[in-house]
Design a protein around this ligand. Sequence first.
Ligand SMILES: [Zn+2]
Length: 106
Amino acid sequence: MKNTSVTIWSVDMERAATIRQQLIELLQQGEWTSLDLSAELSIQEREVFSHLEHVKKSTGGEKIMVRPYQCLSCGYIFKKRDRLDRPGRCPKCKESHIRMAEFSLR
Ligand SMILES: [Zn+2]
């Protein structure tokens, strides 16, 4: 008897592995914002972040380069941010005009 749940799981895993490989290739070519990657890979932005986190962990966090988010109102740079996803607002001036971070692999 066929186990349907296992089949679905492996298809998802295969899809995720393919996207992750495409993501790595893009990151090796240059710098991308999460929106660029979302468009290039035809996935949602939140999926981009989960794949980026995975790539970050699998490369020991050393190879992934992040040009940090920056507040467009006061110039605050989110240098010490561990998470890769977008900050909601600036901790300094509380504005939410944030310049996108750019990701690449060296
Ligand atoms: Zn600010």
